[in-house]
Design a protein around this ligand. Structure first.
Ligand code: UD1
Ligand code: MG
Length: 476
């Protein structure tokens, strides 16, 4: 362990190299490995996040397999980093990968080497590695594993790190060493450039090993130190679908612990998925099998029933979301999020799409779809209905089977339903149209023109009853 004082800010600026050129053969996927998703985001996004927390000056991503796709995904990640890409073709090893990246980085910095498939390293761990490097040493992140098979072993003499030996090159005695290199190191840029330039591939895999830098540093009299951690999750890499799923569960357990420590009550911590951020007030209850995506906030005493999927939404205090509800707010803009007001009741089986804004005490029941619409305080749409591009006034009651026909095949138009309107069942409100305050729409009406306030509007074939109707009989 290194014992440098916490909070001591290392001098030289930090630059990051992220190796992401590998094929990821064991994923057996056409998608480049670093783009497989953990907690809803590409593995590489997690690494970019960590690099951003390090306040890295530059970040160079080494791409190869699926290069264009990986570069595009980085552009989509919204990362605040100064990102650059180098293509490594063919892939001749980790040393070769870093060699491609170094010409893009200034000499005066500390280079931190990360892998695109190791997503859960904490920024404070990396800061410790940077402090251990301090611009004048090589610092390795290491861990002791019960089963070190496959990893590079850390060779020490009298406690001092002398080399890293890859599994395939290791002697039986070296293979017995349980301290392994995690793939993460920090080194002074100027010297790293010289070492990387002197690497050879005279080894079992005929690869240029970044790990051979350690020997070269030792030969140059540059100290090599190891920052050893014991949290395996932080250095776990993803190589197979099974490992990805295991890491997903481990990450979910971590998130669950943090939420439950804040007092959030999850019916079953093993049946909960957060793919984004969830901010909860006090006494929030979440039943089993719920998935939260993007940025979601839940106010005090909010209750979420089982099997709900909730994305990009703000659900205010005392609201209840019942089973099987799908809230699918978008994160393009604040307007596209979903808002559920205080004490509102949503579901079961409701669907709130982007821009659904429900004020306090609104009820939206089963098989009701709401998109880009505002429902003012106390409005109700309890069964089988569609509200799209609509403004719904206070206390409106919107009947079963009624819809807004908001799309004429080319353009979308708005429907305005003023306060205290009652829309009967099975109505079609053909937008653009305004239903005047306090008005009533008779069941089965197709409304194509604005209706006056207070009026009963009926727009359907008038009922006829023909007395003593003789049903036709079959001709013989
Ligand atoms: C590497 C280390 C090993 C360490 C282990 C930790 C070397 C030589 N060995 O081994 O000591 O214990 O990580 O997980 O560094 N990559 C490229 N271009 C290449 C080769 C690899 O970009 O030419 C990328 C891969 O996509 C991956 C990362 O570098 O993200 C690590 O490569 P990998 O082949 O997994 O190295 P290991 O054999 O696991
Ligand atoms: Mg590996």
């Amino acid at each position: 362990m290194t014992n440098l004082p916490e909070g001591h800010k290392a001098g030289p600026p930090v630059d990051v190299v992220i190796m992401a050129a590998g094929m990821g053969t064991r994923m057996k996927s056409r998608l480049p490995k670093v783009l497989h998703r953990l907690a809803g985001r590409p593995l590489l996004d997690h690494v970019l996040d960590t690099a951003a927390q390090l306040e890295a000056r530059h970040a160079v991503v080494v791409v190869g397999h699926g290069a264009a796709q990986v570069e595009a995904a980085c552009a989509d990640s919204g990362s605040t980093l100064d990102l650059r890409f180098v293509r490594q073709e063919p892939q001749l090893g980790t040393g070769h990968a870093v060699q491609q990246a170094l010409p893009l980085l200034p000499d005066d910095g500390i280079v931190v080497v990360l892998s695109g498939d190791v997503p859960l390293t904490r920024a404070d761990t990396l800061r410790s590695v940077v402090r251990a490097c301090a611009g004048e040493r090589v610092a390795l992140l290491t861990i002791e594993l019960a089963n070190p098979t496959g990893y590079g072993r850390v060779i020490r003499a009298e406690e001092t790190v002398r080399a890293i030996v890859e599994q395939k090159d290791a002697t039986a005695a070296e293979r017995a060493i349980r301290e392994v290199y995690t793939g993460i190191m920090a080194a002074p840029a100027r010297q790293l450039k010289s070492w990387v330039g002197r690497l050879d591939n005279h080894n079992a895999q005929r690869e240029y090993y970044l790990t051979d830098v350690v020997r070269l540093a030792v030969a140059d009299g540059v100290p090599v130190v190891a920052h050893r951690i014991d949290d395996a999750l932080q250095v776990a890499g993803v190589n197979s679908p099974l490992q990805l799923a295991e890491l997903e569960r481990a990450l979910q357990r971590q998130q669950v612990r943090a939420l439950m420590e804040q007092g959030v009550r999850l019916a079953d911590p093993a049946r909960f998925d957060l793919r984004g951020t969830l901010t909860c007030g006090q006494d929030v209850e979440i039943d089993v099998n719920c998935v939260f995506e993007g940025r979601v906030t839940l106010g005090d005493r909010v209750r979420i029933g089982p099997n709900c999927v909730i994305a990009n939404a703000d659900i205010a205090a005392d609201a209840v979301v019942r089973a099987f509800t799908h809230v699918e707010g978008a994160d393009r803009s604040a307007q596209d999020r979903v808002a559920v007001g205080t004490g509102a009741l949503v579901g079961p089986f409701a669907r709130l799409r982007a821009g659904a804004h429900l004020e306090a005490e609104v009820h939206v029941g089963n098989f009701v779809e709401v998109k880009n619409s505002t429902l003012a305080r106390g409005a109700k749409a309890n069964h089988l209905a569609y509200l799209g591009d609509a403004s719904v006034g206070e206390r409106v009651n919107y009947g079963a089977g009624s819809i807004t026909a908001n799309y004429d095949g080319v353009n979308k138009h708005r429907t305005v339903i003023e306060h205290d309107v009652r829309v009967g069942s099975n109505c079609v409100l053909v937008a653009p149209v305004t239903i005047g305050a306090g008005g009533t729409i008779g069941g089965g009406s197709t409304i194509t023109r604005d209706t006056p306030p207070g009026a009963l509007s009926v727009a359907r074939g008038r009922q006829v009853s023909i007395a003593d109707w003789q049903r036709p009989e079959k001709q013989k």
